[in-house]
Design a protein around this ligand. Structure first.
Ligand code: PLP
Length: 476
């Protein structure tokens, strides 16, 4: 204790006492919806739950190594700090991008060597820098002059990586709004680093999270090359190129990982040919790429509201008619409720008085679906178990059937469990009519979901159940 009210928590504790959870082996190709349905059928409390397939993460690693053999992935822990997944990635051999002391501590305690960690936060807290220094995590990013002075004072031996601004306009999450040195500032910043006798070892960037244009990755490599040249003119010998994150985690996107990888291979060979760059270490900081598809979430319908639309002669027998809903919602300036009611008014079959529905499920935007607010995610509900339909899980082998059912269903909106009307998962959509106790599931829920979820209003986080679809491999 250094004095004062607070204990000095800078140093790390030695090892991790984390015990692996049970991981059920499953055959490759096993239908995850079938597993979800079996668990939902057993569930007495109807609490939400995830099935997490560690085999899926391992396959992503294999795909990366095959597609980008020159690039070592440093998994971005912020995306999903699930310890089982971190252990797996550590065992497979990835490095880690950590943004805080806690993230570094977690990874170090798993036995990951300090040189397999990059402290990739350009604006660091002093206590976190001290922690990095005490634990020999030397590689870290910066993007401004103030940070250089901070590093001079707190960690003069750090191996600094200059994060430059690249075009983020082709990504859903524009990280360039907050971080990255403009190219015009680079000469001055590197000169200052030189004057301060700091060790700048390379360049990093981030094209933005959820990047939808493969060419953005190639353009960023060209920017990095320019910075390498500026560094060389000032006498620096850079040996690290960090391609950042932004790689998609599922194939349900416009630009697939393999498209990006082929563009990147060409750009790397053009600007950093292997033969002339034998000492160059190329890394990247993929987050969602590794974990997005590994998580499937099941939630149950805990409540339901039926909105009966006015019939053609304008009559309605429901106090919660769409018109009332819309009027009340706009009066209360609640955009989500207004949108849902507007949707009901617009999409319901007013001519025959068909109802629309509002379903309330037991996870929402304060929980896993925070990805809707923070990650601009658009999620797709699928019916897992429905009493009305005689228990139909929409497996991949009955996909077209499920689409037909959805088409022929009713307009509906889906809401989280809290008392906040912002807590809306989907404002519009069509599903077969669901009953209280029915289940929905959502695929590709591993990235920026669990990581930032809360128990606001006292609603618990979903349970986690692990399976391994690569059961023939000794993954963990
Ligand atoms: N690296 C840094 C510095 C980031 O800020 C992020 C995400 O915010 C990532 C990597 C991971 O990005 P993604 O999940 O899009 O790969």
């Amino acid at each position: 204790m250094k004095g004062g009210l607070f204990a000095d928590t800078t140093t790390t504790t030695a090892t991790d006492n984390f015990e692996l959870p049970p991981i059920t082996p499953i055959a490759s190709g096993t239908s995850i919806p079938k597993l979800l349905r079996a668990h939902a059928a057993d569930s007495e409390d109807h609490e939400p739950f995830y099935i997490i397939d560690v085999g899926q993460v391992a396959r992503k690693y294999d795909q990366w190594v095959a597609a980008l053999p020159r690039v070592d992935p440093f998994y971005a822990v912020k995306c999903n700090g699930d310890k089982t997944i971190l252990k797996l990635l550590a065992k497979l051999g990835t490095g880690f991008d950590c943004a805080s002391k806690a993230e570094m501590d977690t990874v170090l305690k798993m036995g990951v060597p300090a040189d397999r960690i990059i402290y990739a936060h350009p604006c660091k807290m002093a206590s976190h820098v001290k922690f990095a220094s005490q634990n020999n995590v030397r590689m870290m990013t910066f993007d401004n002059e103030h940070e250089l002075h901070k590093m001079k004072e707190l960690y003069p031996n750090a191996r600094l990586v200059l994060r430059v601004l690249t075009d983020n306009s082709r990504s859903i999450c524009n990280l360039g709004l907050k971080f990255g040195a403009a190219l015009a500032r680079v000469p001055h910043m590197l000169q200052l680093a030189k004057d301060l006798e700091l060790d700048v070892v390379g360049v990093s960037y981030h094209v933005g999270s959820g990047c939808f244009d493969a060419q953005a990755f190639a353009d960023a490599v060209a920017v990095a090359k320019t910075v390498f040249n500026i560094g060389a003119e000032l006498g620096f010998k850079f040996n690290l190129l960090d391609l950042g994150g932004g790689f998609p985690g599922s194939d349900n996107v416009n630009v697939k990982f393999d498209d990006i990888a082929s563009v990147l291979r060409v750009a790397l060979d053009k600007h950093f040919p292997a033969a002339e760059n034998k000492d160059l270490h190329i890394i990247a900081e993929p987050g969602r790429y590794f974990v997005s598809a590994s998580h499937t979430l099941a939630v149950s319908v805990v409540a339901k509201r039926t909105i009966v639309l006015p019939t053609t002669n304008g009559e309605t027998n429901d106090a919660n008619s769409a018109a009332n809903q819309a009027a009340m919602a706009s009066a209360s300036a609640c955009p989500a409720a207004a949108a849902a009611a507007a949707m009901a008014a617009a999409q319901g079959r007013a001519a025959d008085g068909a109802p629309t529905f509002m379903y309330y499920v037991n996870d929402g935007v304060y929980g896993s679906f925070n990805c809707i607010l923070f990650d601009h995610a658009v999620v797709a509900p699928r019916v897992l178990v429905s009493g009305n339909l005689g228990v139909v899980a929409m497996d991949s082998d009955s996909e077209s059937d499920s689409e037909e059912r959805a088409e022929s269903g009713f307009a509906c909106s889906i809401w989280g469990p809290t008392c906040d009307s912002m807590d809306c998962i989907t404002k519009t959509g069509r599903l077969p009519e669901l009953a209280i106790g029915d289940w929905l599931y959502f695929e590709d829920m591993g990235a920026y979901t669990v990581a930032a979820s809360s128990t606001f209003n006292g609603f618990p986080k979903p349970k986690l159940m692990y399976v391994n679809s690569e059961s023939h491999r000794n993954l963990l």
